[in-house]
Design a binder for this molecule. Structure first.
Ligand code: AHR
Length: 358
């Protein structure tokens, strides 16, 4: 038997004894929690210390987080938010899984969480569709699922307990309205063609679908705005750069790039400069992006990026608040959108950046 397996058995016996003597924690103590305690206890600790640790661990609320990946600065800030919120000092044990942008990895992670009998599953779904079967399995196991960051498409809303995310359609519309105002300010009138390309996020992700649709809603009100091409840059800087390079080879008349996240915008800026063009408020090409991470503030301050529409990644405390309410038997709002704004080069960016957490 492996050391981990031995620890598992010892911890399970200790927890069973505690339960028999009525000294167990208020939360149901599944085998997975025993595994958690054995994982954190060192070999050299006394049995007494191990027992104390096991007792404490058994009280922790176990949360499995099926994260999308590590594709962007936004995602890093989101992971950090969960890792710093769901800590033992706050009463949690976090089991974190990075799916490397693959839905099959997220489905596998959810099945692992179910097997480990976690108390809650948090899912940031890489794409919107294809979740019904695995979420039904979680429901059958009695584990509440909280969607964080992105939405899913399902005909059965009971498959998840709550959703907390940005309103992606609104974000896309904000970007469109910003462009309307900017062109007006620049005196570019209705007769002039405004040639636009879009670097889309992961196709089928609600952040991509919503931002594309939202911007499209405003574009459809402007017959002179021409969408030359849309292609995915998969929310990564390298792919954003690669796709922008190909756009620049195909079109010599690009006025505006809409990058559906900051990292793709950074890649696009590199491609624009490498092609001998300029961008930003005083350049040839206007660059619009989403997220508003600190590096986007730097790009705006440097004069390369025009605007970044905010998408707030700090969902850890929001999800914790939902869990705390559920623990108390309170009802929670099914859909919770985070209030968001935008930042552009007309603002005091140094000051705003200094006050931001990500
Ligand atoms: O779902 C949020 C999006 O996903 C962010 O815009 C992007 O940076 C991330 O990868």
């Amino acid at each position: 038997m492996s050391k981990k397996g031995l620890g598992f058995v010892l911890s399970a016996i200790m927890i069973a004894m505690l339960a028999l003597t009525g000294c167990g924690g208020s939360k149901a103590t599944g085998e997975s929690k025993s595994v958690e305690s054995s994982e954190t206890s060192g070999e050299s600790k006394s049995e007494e210390a191990k027992s104390e640790e096991s007792k404490d661990s058994s009280k922790l609320i176990v949360v499995g987080y099926a994260q999308v990946g590590a594709e962007s600065d936004w995602r890093t800030a989101n992971t950090e938010s969960f890792k710093t919120t769901f800590v033992p000092e706050n009463g949690y044990k976090l089991i974190f899984n990075d799916a490397q942008q693959k839905q099959e990895n997220q489905i596998k992670a959810i099945r692992d969480f179910i097997q480990q009998e976690v108390d809650y599953i948090v899912l940031a779904p890489v794409v919107e569709t294809g979740w019904d079967t695995v979420l039904q399995e979680a429901k059958d196991a009695g584990i509440p699922v909280i969607l964080s960051d992105r939405m899913i498409k399902t005909s059965d809303d009971s498959l998840y307990t709550a959703l907390v995310c940005g309103n992606f359609v609104k974000e896309g519309e904000t970007a469109g309205h910003w462009l309307e105002d900017y062109l007006k300010l620049k005196g570019r009138n209705h007769d002039e063609s405004i040639n636009i390309v879009t670097l889309q996020g992961t196709i089928g992700a609600s952040a991509q679908v919503g931002r594309t649709d939202g911007f499209g809603n405003i574009l459809s009100q402007h017959p002179n705005w021409k969408m030359l091409a849309k292609q995915t840059g998969e929310f990564t800087q390298s792919k954003g750069q690669e796709v922008m390079e190909s756009f620049l080879k195909q079109f010599d008349n690009i006025d505006v790039v809409v990058a559906e996240n900051d990292n793709m915008a950074f890649g696009a800026i590199d491609a624009i400069k490498a092609a001998g063009k300029t961008c930003g408020p005083n350049g040839d090409i206007t660059v619009i992006s989403f997220d508003a991470v600190k590096a986007a503030f730097d790009a705006m301050i440097a004069g390369d990026l025009n605007v970044s529409v905010e998408c707030n990644p700090l969902h850890g405390p929001r999800v914790a608040e939902i869990i705390q309410k559920l623990e108390k038997g309170e009802t929670v709002d099914k859909i919770q959108y985070v209030d968001e704004t935008y930042f552009d080069t007309s603002m005091d960016l140094e000051k705003i950046k200094a006050e931001r957490a990500y």
